[in-house]
Design a protein. Structure first.
Length: 167
């Protein structure tokens, strides 16, 4: 039995200590927003925050996580999808298939917390998740919109309409 602090709740997980966090989240706790992509920490679909640090959960055994460490999944990022990154993702129609997007949102949220006004180089260095649909331009645009306080014009983007505001 391993205790995990997930989305503000300490929960007991009855799994082998070598079980990757990804599978404990999905199979034992029913938090299926965190996705399996590659199993080798390359794609980032499984990104969660551990004490605020984006972490690829597919290779992190639950035995290496202490109950005091705070794990945040996409389900715990913000109630009802109200996190600024989630709102920008929706407003800019970032996802195509959407499979990788939970991991992308988690990586972007961590980036913006660390660097509220990231440069293109900052975005390139941190956003190493893989999107097979190639929505990287929209991902960058959404990050810039959040950094600009939700205003696409301030972000330097030529977008005709974003929910509730004319650009």
């Amino acid at each position: 039995m391993v205790q995990l602090n997930v989305n503000g709740r300490v929960q007991n997980v009855d799994a082998d200590p070598s079980t990757p966090l990804l599978w404990a989240l999905r199979e034992q706790l029913g938090l299926t927003g965190t996705k399996y992509g590659c199993g080798v920490a390359a794609c980032g679909s499984c990104t969660v925050h551990i004490d605020g640090v984006p972490t690829r959960s597919c290779v992190r055994p639950i035995s290496t996580i202490e109950a005091k460490e705070k794990i945040v999944t996409i389900e715990g990022l913000s109630p009802n999808g109200e996190h600024p990154v989630q709102k920008a993702w929706v407003a800019l129609d970032v996802p195509q298939c959407g499979y990788c997007q939970c991991g992308m949102v988690m990586a972007a949220a961590a980036l913006l917390k660390e660097k509220p006004n990231p440069t293109d180089a900052d975005i390139d260095n941190v956003m190493t998740n893989i999107c097979r649909c190639g929505t990287y331009n929209r991902i960058r645009a959404a990050i810039k919109v959040v950094a600009a306080g939700g205003n696409p014009r301030v972000a330097g983007l030529n977008i005709q309409h974003i929910e509730g505001s004319q650009a």
